[in-house]
Each structure stands twice: as C-alpha cells, then as structure tokens.
Design a protein around this ligand. Sequence first.
Ligand SMILES: *Cc1c(COP(=O)(O)O)cnc(C)c1O
Length: 476
Amino acid sequence: MQYISTRGQAEPTDFFGVLMHGLAPDGGLYVPDEWPTLDPALLRRLRSMPYATAAWHVMRPFIHGGSTGDAGDRGISDATLRRLLEEAYASFVHHSVAPLFQTGPDEWLLELYHGPTLAFKDVAMQVLGRMYEHVLAHHDRHSTLVGATSGDTGSAAIEAIRRSTRASIFIMHPRGRTTEVQRRQMTTVQAPNVHNIAIEGTFDDCQRILKALFNDAAFRDEVSLSGVNSINWARVLPQVVYYATAASSLGAPDVEVSFSVPTGNFGDIFAGYVAKQMGVPIKRLVIATNDNDILARFLETGDHVLEGVTPTISPSMDIQVSSNFERLLFDIHDRDPARVRADMQALVDDGRFHVDPARLDGVRELFGAHRADERQTLAAIRDVFDETGFQIDPHTAVGVHAARTDRTEHPDDGTPMVVLGPAHPAKFPAAVERATGVRPALPPHLSDLYDREERLAVLPADVATVRDHIRAKLAG
Ligand SMILES: *Cc1c(COP(=O)(O)O)cnc(C)c1O
C-alpha cells in the first residue's frame, strides 16, 4: 500500500514511512492512494473474533497492501502485526476491548475507554507505541516524539512510550485547560524519557508550535522528530477497527448502522469514513460538536471560518482547526491537491476558506452535524443516568445529544445508532457530579493519582522557546 500527501508535493511512501514521519514533508497529511475493501463474509465473522484478531484483519491491507508475505526490511510482518495487536489489547481491562452497551431503543454506547488511560486514544496509541519500539529496534534507531494534547492524547502517548529505550517524548498541553485528572495522568509519570510542557495558550497554539517544529527540516533531522498526534495515519488506522466490529455485532453486512462521534481533531470520525470506504455499511456519521462547532457550520454553508476557542466541559473537543479534516477535504476536492493547498493557504492568510456547497452534496449524504451547548451536555448526562443508572462523560454526552437530535430528524429510519464513548466519566468528575449528584470514582490502578508528584515545564506559546527546551532536555 502506497500513501500520498493531501498537498501533492511529497514523494509517495509506504506504511513505514508514514509511521515514522507523521506529517508529510510538504505539510500535508498522508492518505492511502486507494481504499482496500473488506470482504462482506469477513465483516460478518468479525463479531465472533477476539478483538485483536479482528483488528489484524481490518488493518493488514493498509500495511501490506493485501500481500501475505513479510513486508521485508522496512515493515512489520503479518506475524509481528498479530503479536503487537495481541499485546496492545491485553492492556485493556475489558476483554472485549470495545464493548457495546444499550442506552435506548436502537441506541448503543460503544465504550472505548477501557484502556490504561481511560480514553479511546489508548486504542490506537497502545498499538502505535509497540510499532515504534519494534521498528526502531529493527533499524537500531532512536527517535524524539513530540505531541500536542487537549487532554487525552498526551497521557495515552506517554503511557505507550514510557518504557521505551529508544524514544523520548515531549507533550505540550494548554496550561490550565485540561482537567486535573488529565494533567496528573501526564505529569506524574516519572520516567527519564517523558517530558511535559504546559504552554501558556490554547490547544491551537500547541498545534501551531507542533506544525512549526515539523516544518523545521534541520531540527527534524537533528532530533529524529516523529509525531504522535492523530495527523499520523498510524493513529487513525486502529480506530477503523471498532467501527467494523460494532457494525458487525449489530448485524452488518446485512443491516446498516449509524454512528454519532464526539469530534475534535476529526481523527475518530475520519476513521468511520475510512470504514465506510472499505464497505462497512454505515448510513450516517454524525459529527457531534460542543460550542466549538466550526465543522457543523462548514457543512451547512461551505464557509470554514476561524473564530477562536470557547472553553467547555468537554475540553478534548475545544478545537477550531481540526487537523484531520484536511483528509476529508482532499476527497471533497476529488483528490486534487492544488485545491487543498489553496484552501489551506487561505486559512493561513485570511483565517477562512470557502467550498462551493455543490461540492459538499456527496459528504452531506453521509455526514450530519449537531451541536450540544453546555446545558444540553449536562442534560444528556443526567438523562442517560436517569434512564439507565449509568454515568457517561461530557464528551459522550455531546454524542448522545447529537444522536438524539439526528433521530428526531430521521424518526422512521430504523438504523441502529452507535454513540462513541470516548472517555471514562472519572476523567471529568466535576461535570459528571454536577449532572448526576454522584462523583464517579477512578478505577483501582489510578486511585492514588491525586497523591503522586508532578513534573512539568511551563513555557510561553513560542516556537523557538519550545525548540530550545527540547534540545536542552535531550542534551541533559
Ligand atoms: C480526542 C478526544 C475527542 C476528539 O477526537 P478526535 O479524533 O480528535 O476528533 C473527543 N473526546 C475525547 C474524550 C477525546 O479524548
């Protein structure tokens, strides 16, 4: 399988190249040059397989292009992939990895938070960390991973890399904009290769600094820079799996299924789009947003306009520029990289771009978008608690609200709706307690989190300062 850049000015590369580089050298994102298809008979069988086996079937065409052999020197052989997936998913406390829980008539919650850091980021990161370690050892190389987090990516990445002997990791988070649980999950990891940076700014500032570091070719080579953000295709790919397994469990390929996806950087929902391209019968993908609803407005009008970030009780979705959206934009433009480049340049120059609404007809058939404000988010937490006795986190609640709004618009459609549950309620205890009156407890392995010692650097939102800090830490 070959990967091409959405901006069309980078050499195509294979899965290994994509894994190691994250962002393409021309500033674009890598996408597969064609979509492999999932055999309907295999899709039907996924429901009776262990999760790691299902993951192997769904992911291997993207790594080997469907061949059965060893991808040779550069790659990850079939047998290695199988072992890495089995090890990765053994770190989950729920044997099913991504279990479905019924929350209403034809409404299901896909629980994606049974990994070590209690958010769906573990589903991909536990795989990515193991792939890195394997590939670095294979090539006898070392690497510096840098990432930006609005809360959950950071802890998942740190957890995946903390035992690495070959990779150091630097994670930037917007100071004061994560919950205390999220921050402590990152800053209390006492490993010499783990470095936390609190940036005095927003998550978008962190993303901007990250992009600038990657665009600095000299620095990139000097420290063997690599990315852990969801711009890395190897982050998106493992997320395709649970769309396929959930659909299979609910009757695919014989029935269609819809998904409501709490959306920030557009990585998770883009994985749903990939599943659809592979032949998983997905009827609708609902983009569930909080007050930061730039994507919902774009789908409606074709205007993509930056307006600043509003902090909410679902902070992992407090994002204006959804990096992964460029992958969908590439397809909206019929894979014409010149158009993507023009839109991205307009975004930098004018803070906006516009797509002719006629071009959006295709994606509008698949994608819907609904917003939940703060009051509606709390109401959804309370409603699900009243109806089921089960606590959900605020991000999941945004998904529930969007799913139920979508249902009122398509009342007779008879399609099961799966709401993705991206985080455990104990990661966001204040909001959940406010809505339900009950404080959700951390699971046993994190119960002493509030007593652990923290370690972090506070830096201004300035590229040069961050670059110098990374150099100094690596030298020391
Ligand atoms: C990362 C995250 C999201 C957003 O996912 P994207 O892939 O960035 O769209 C939503 N909720 C939670 C809890 C997250 O950690």
